[in-house]
Design a binder for this molecule. Structure first.
Ligand SMILES: Cc1cc2nc3c(=O)[nH]c(=O)nc-3n(C[C@H](O)[C@H](O)[C@H](O)COP(=O)(O)O)c2cc1C
Length: 336
């Protein structure tokens, strides 16, 4: 792994583990530089990090060793990945609020590299609503996390808050660099799949629902996941549930595809789903709006042996195979 990793160490009891982390990352071939907060230096002397990383250790924003660069900007640009480990509650709070009052927090604002946060703290601190709120905000800002593990904490409590083991963090980093992110065809798309059967009210106390084994819907949902989609599965719900889910999903992400594979009661008062503005693949069901593709079969898809896809006959006996064929067809249509 010939990558530049900047390890930002903030001041928790787990700082000693960060020394082992530098060692593991270096053994894995990374070029590691370490930056410490003032509190972190209360726990471990920078010399330990300097020896392990074979690089200078940085902690003072105003200590400009090389007059040709500004150190925190230079380091922010140098890094292929920044790890904040351990990340204190304080540092998490500063990051969530864009505070830059020391070298670590300033560098974290100046970088465009991916930043991973490995929180470590007392279990009650980790559960505190303020810390939770900050973590949620950071997640929304696109930061990645290496979750703390559970176990004995230095403060005497047992619970979630231990810095993940250096070996594990190193393995995650290796994985990240080993597998370049491949953009899958359904990345950033939301696929809502109705699976099994949907019910409609018969009267105030009863609903009516057709039989269904859900195998085709399940296979279509699984395949969509493989293709990178964010999949929402509605199983044995009501038509109302589907409408609500479509509205909610549409508001969050207009790139939505409905795969309406569930069986729906064929009653006169069965309401139709509106797919206005949504790409919808239907299986003989009627919907309001222009569905993208309607697959025909002589019976409900899961009980028939073949289906017609734009005049082409496709076997449905192997749901997984069918799902692959159908998604290939849908994606081809998308390209045109
Ligand atoms: C013995 C000791 C252990 C501490 N351990 C942690 C810890 O594990 N996690 C944490 O968030 N804060 C911990 N703190 C509190 C932080 O050091 C403190 O909030 C500090 O301001 C963090 O500064 P920094 O984020 O700039 O490093 C600890 C403090 C002491 C004295």
């Amino acid at each position: 792994m010939n990558k530049n990793i900047l390890l930002c160490v903030s001041g928790g009891i787990a700082v000693y583990k960060a020394v082992a982390l530098v060692s593991k990352l270096s053994q894995a071939g990374a070029n590691v530089k370490v930056m410490m907060t003032a509190s972190a230096r209360q726990f471990v002397n920078p010399l330990s990090f300097q020896v392990m990383s074979k690089n200078d250790v940085y902690f003072d924003t105003f200590d400009e060793k090389d007059s040709s660069v500004i150190a925190h900007i230079d380091l922010a640009d140098w890094a292929d990945l920044i790890l904040v480990a351990p990340a204190t509650a304080n540092m998490i709070g500063k990051m969530a609020n864009g505070i830059a009052d020391d070298m670590v927090s300033t560098t974290l604002l100046a970088t465009t590299a991916p930043v991973w946060i490995a929180p470590a703290m007392n279990v009650h601190m980790y559960d505190h609503p303020a810390v939770k709120r900050n973590l949620e905000r950071l997640a929304a800002d696109g930061y990645q996390f290496i979750e703390p593990s559970e176990g004995f904490l230095a403060c005497g409590y047992v619970g979630k808050g231990r810095l993940e083991e250096p070996e594990k963090i190193t393995a995650i980093v290796l994985d990240f660099f080993a597998a370049p992110a491949t953009i899958k065809p359904l990345t950033n798309k939301t696929v809502v799949v109705t699976v099994g059967a949907l019910h409609v009210p018969l009267d105030e106390k009863h609903v009516i629902s057709p039989q269904a084994n859900g195998l085709i819907g399940q296979a279509l949902a699984n395949e969509a996941r493989e293709l990178g989609a964010h999949v929402i599965q509605i199983e044995n719900g009501s038509l109302n549930d589907v409408m609500q889910q479509l509205e909610a999903s549409k508001n969050q992400n207009p790139e939505i595809i409905l795969i309406h594979a569930a069986n729906v009661p064929t009653m006169e008062k069965t309401p139709l789903i509106s797919v206005e503005g949504i790409k919808a693949v239907t299986f003989g069901q009627e919907v309001l709006g222009e569905p993208m593709l309607n697959i025909r079969s002589d019976r409900w898809i899961e009980f028939s042996e073949e289906a017609q896809l734009n005049g082409r006959i496709i076997a449905t006996t192997n749901p997984q195979q069918f799902a692959r064929t159908l998604w290939t067809h849908i994606l081809k249509g998308e390209e045109q």
